[in-house]
Design a protein around this ligand. Sequence first.
Ligand code: HEC
Length: 389
Amino acid sequence: MSGPPPTAWLNTLLGLLQWAQQSLLTLWHTLGLTGEMHGQPAWPWGTRIAGETLLIDLGQARQLGITLIAVALAMLAVLVAMLVRRWRAVALGVAAGFLVVAPWPSAVVLSSAVPTSFHASPTAFSLGSIANGARVYNAACASCHGADGRGEGPLAATLTRWPPTVVGPLLGRHADGELFWHIAHGMRDAQGVATMPAFANRLSDNDIWAVLDYMKVLAASGGVRAGGWPLPLALPALSVRCADAAPEPLNAWRDRQRVRVVAIDAASAGQVPFEDPRFQTLLITPDGTLPSPALPMRARCVVSGRDAWPIFAALAGTTPQTFSGTQLLADRNGWLRARGEPGTTWSDADFLCTSAPRTAEPPRAAGLDTLIARMDAEPVRYVKGGFIH
Ligand code: HEC
């Protein structure tokens, strides 16, 4: 007999631990035992359970998982002891037994925490927030982190420590709240010397969340060229306008359908695709208006505003100049999954958000139906600090 693959049980364990810690924080806050910081309940302890360590150290993760089961069984036995008088002694003995035999993991599974460790971004990864983040990033961060996020800005070589690249697992692995904290309050090396400057007195909380959104776009953009998105990315929150109707938020319009995003400009105006029952079709144009004249049976919903064109171009790993004709596919849960280059047929290599290891084999032509089937069969199971896809 073989157990489920480690990814499945480990992700469940990590998800459970995340939920338990978050619930504890909510309880603590409701009881008035901890206040707020940066607008959300502050984690009052100096440590938290380190999902990122468990991910690397399967042995520790297994031990912690078994210990949690043992603790749950011990609690059950205590309950029995309380309810059934006759069995009290035996049940308490059993409870103690579970606690003794549990393979308690070592302190390695804890890591240091900050008050914002469990904070969630309030931006919904919206186009407006990403555009604001781009402005903040280019003004305050690019000098060290580089315009493309690879950590090779003009000032990088003058620093005692090289800034890390965001084009990799960094932003997917670290808790959003801890990245937020490091931007707001800076970072220091083991000797206490400042490495990353603090921005809390120059940027608002919103600006810091926004710049994190933009860094995720940089990670996606650089990642595409290396063969895949290094972290799962949701379709940004945006507003959709269909023909002459009033604009609607994406989520209401999408209604849990798959979405195909298609970039159309003056050069490709004749190629507005037909409506397709397999997904909702969302057009992106440079100025946020529908290409005219509207053709019958063709897609007629467009993203409002001018921010979408450059941002989606970056997500697709291309430039605004070469974006025309590019397509992106999002699954029913709103995660971006694949990108089709203009004028080519879909292939395996277009599936950019996947847990399958990349092979050196040349990409096989896959066809849109195959990609959609794969997208549905391999849903994104994203647990912060857990497996990426
Ligand atoms: C003076 C150069 C400099 C500037 C300006 C700068 N950074 Fe950094 N940043 C660094 C260095 C160096 C590190 C690595 C610090 C370390 O590991 O001790 C870093 C680390 C980071 C990290 C990784 C944090 C983590 O948890 O590992 C993030 C995210 C980050 N910077 C974001 C930003 C943002 C956003 C801005 C602009 C608002 C910015 N940085 C401006 C130098 C800089």
